[in-house]
Design a protein around this ligand. Structure first.
Ligand code: ADP
Length: 629
């Protein structure tokens, strides 16, 4: 019997880069799905089709939509993935309906296969999975995979329509800031950028929401945001509404205005001399290809494809000019600099839209006053400052030090983390260069320096109190599903009342320094658990290991752990089962807790909630400690 054809269509596919050296590219292919295989071929007018690939359906382990916000450099913008034999085939459909049709059909014909339990909802790129940050391409997925729609926990409505909204106008809508994998039976998954209706927001950390298929469950409050702050483009009508657009301005006048601003990345959009065409004018001091360094203005025409998609220097295509500008406000992508700072002639005719990028965490540069320098950090200089009448720390970020785009994606989540023992991140200022983070200011500075400066003067009560403060902050992060990844005394700060607060949570994810990222000289091996050193497997339990080392730092009054050993020697001694020795000032009961944190297997280590509880009971002499190893 011949195989029966189920679907056929012209789609795009991304090369699979099976060989490391092959360039990544996108090709138009004619796809045919029949009851036995999925084939794709090259079709050229007047020539015989050439089959370029054939996947046996029995080899397929996962078929799913790719949920990503990376710009897609081919004309078809709706990706889905077919995983087979550990290869990932990414296919791009022209619209969502077409994509869902293919995904459903492929799921249907492969649902009796031995499918994956988990999959990666986002692309692999730049050496990591964009969804979960894991650096191994073959790592298990991070989201539960449902082989067919009816296999998901609750049945879908009869005719699922992805654009359909289940809400009424009175519903409170939130949007997922990132994916979330359920951890309890009562949780539901979150998919980045999808909308949910709020059912119950009375619990501060966990809200109950309803997804578009009617599933109701809890999700972490940190991972969601009220819809209006995300709904940037849809409600705006014409480009005249935008602050960056200057109607009726001549090239010379635009140049004069931008030169007067004298800020790297100052830009505006204006009418070009060609009717109906727009130009982006940008101020820069960056060296040009011929070595020129003088401040100058570069002009880029906004071009349009036959399919009414817009682009600037390189072919990053967008359905509208505001979306194009928004993208280039975050990515240079072929421009001399990204569009940092919009300049406009104040025409005074009615309200203009405020800065498009302004999100809740974006602070107004004019409200921040910079004072004395406090020190130098991993990302750049740190200054004392004033913002809204309060003392703040301003952490400037060197341009080459941080992956800014990824940081901004997470910035809202980080500003929402709020606890008395956590250094509050007030917001970010991206309108100035270098960009900066504005945080709570703590008078006594970094914990390591403080411990060293107070050697011999700190009481047992103070030392225990410090450990207790940190465990309290960490129990909060743990309950919020947030991993610190670089917990150490150098990343804690001390207030004027000697309260210790945890700082720099999650920030290492944005470090661009190769010596840090490649686990060489700058990676904090001495604070890292064995599973982090071996497999980069970060979790709250790897934070617990680091916390044990941090307790050791506190009780040794700011000594460097494993002082005379190299990172390599530390790894070897850990592998041999050795651990840091008890500091002289450390009571046996506290050392037992440290050793509990340094259990080889993450699951054998205590949670922060338990650590906090046990330390608190040590603080109270009436109550017996109840920790166990
Ligand atoms: P990094 O952790 O990136 O290396 P830090 O955040 O430790 O850099 O900043 C460097 C120095 O600046 C610190 O050692 C501390 O003295 C000072 N500093 C940083 N943040 C604050 C703050 N919120 N309050 C007071 N001082 C701070």
């Amino acid at each position: 019997m011949y195989p029966r054809v189920i679907l056929k269509a012209t789609l795009y596919k991304k090369s699979q880069q099976k060989r490391r050296t092959s360039p990544c590219n996108y090709k138009e292919r004619y796809f045919v799905l029949n009851t036995e295989e999925l084939t794709y071929s090259e079709r050229r007018p007047g020539k015989k089709p050439i089959e370029k690939g054939c996947i046996k359906l029995s080899d397929i382990t996962c078929v799913e939509v790719v949920r990503s916000n990376v710009p897609i450099p081919c004309e078809f913008k709706y990706p889905f993935q077919v995983v087979y034999d550990s290869y990932y085939l990414y296919v791009f459909a022209p619209d969502n309906d077409c994509r869902l049709k293919w995904v459903r059909a492929l799921k249907e014909v492969t649902k009796h296969n031995e499918v994956s339990l988990y999959y990666h909802p986002d692309f692999w790129g730049d050496g990591r999975w964009r969804c979960c940050d894991r650096p191994q391409k073959q790592s298990a997925g991070c989201s539960e995979y449902f082989p067919s729609e009816c296999a998901s926990k609750k049945p879908l409505p009869p005719t699922p329509d992805p654009q359909r909204r289940v809400s009424t106008s009175e519903d409170r809508i939130v949007v997922a800031l990132k994916n979330f994998v359920p951890q309890e039976d009562t949780d539901i998954p979150l998919h980045k950028d999808e909308e949910y209706v709020v059912i119950d927001s009375s619990e501060p950390n966990w809200w109950r929401v309803k997804d578009r298929d009617g599933n109701i469950g809890t999700v972490p409050f940190l991972y969601i945001t009220e819809k209006h702050s995300k709904d940037s483009f849809k409600s705006f009508k014409s480009i005249e509404d935008y602050e960056w657009y200057n109607k009726d301005i001549a090239r010379a006048e635009a140049e004069a205005l931008l030169m007067k601003e004298d800020k790297e990345g100052a830009f505006m959009v204006r009418d070009s001399r060609q009717a109906g065409v727009y130009t982006v004018s940008v101020f820069t001091k960056a060296p040009g290809s011929n070595g020129e360094k003088n401040p100058r203005i570069k002009h880029y025409l906004i071009r349009e494809t036959e399919k009414s998609l817009f682009y600037l220097a390189e072919k990053y295509l967008f359905p509208s000019i505001p979306e194009l500008i928004h993208y280039h406000q975050h990515n240079a992508a072929g421009l001399i600099t990204r569009l940092r700072y919009c300049v406009s002639l104040d025409t005074g005719n009615g309200p203009r839209m405020k800065e498009l990028t302004s999100e809740r965490w974006e602070l107004n540069a004019e409200e921040i006053t910079q004072g004395e320098e406090l020190g130098s950090g991993q990302f750049g200089l740190v200054f004392k400052g004033l913002w809204q009448g309060q003392a703040v720390a301003i952490k400037t970020i060197r341009e080459d030090a941080m992956s800014e785009e990824e940081f901004k994606e997470e910035a809202e989540i980080m500003t929402k983390l709020s606890h008395p023992k956590l250094v509050q991140l007030y917001g970010v200022c991206t309108q100035r260069s270098p960009i900066c983070l504005v945080t709570e200011f703590l008078e006594n500075g970094c914990l390591t320096d403080f411990l060293r400066s107070q050697r011999g003067q700190l009481s047992q009560k103070t030392l225990l109190g410090m450990c207790l403060d940190i465990s309290e902050a960490m129990a909060y992060l743990e309950s919020s599903n947030f991993i610190h990844r670089d917990l150490a005394a150098r990343n804690c700060l001390v207030s004027k009342d000697l309260v210790v607060k945890v700082s720099d949570f999650g920030m290492t994810r944005y470090v661009l320094d190769d010596q840090y990222r490649s686990f060489t000289t700058k990676f904090p091996v001495k604070w890292s658990s064995p599973e982090v050193i071996k497999f980069s497997k970060f979790s709250s339990k790897s934070d617990v290991w680091s916390y044990g080392v941090l307790m050791w730092e506190v009780y040794s009054e700011g000594k460097l752990p494993y002082e005379y050993r190299s990172n390599m020697e530390v790894v070897e001694s850990l592998n041999a089962g050795q651990r840091l020795l008890k500091p002289r000032l450390c009571p046996e009961t506290v050392y037992q807790l440290m050793q509990w944190c340094w259990k080889e297997k993450p699951e054998d280590r205590p949670s922060f909630a338990l650590l906090f509880h046990d330390l608190a009971s040590l603080d109270d002499p009436m109550s017996p400690g109840h920790f166990q190893l």
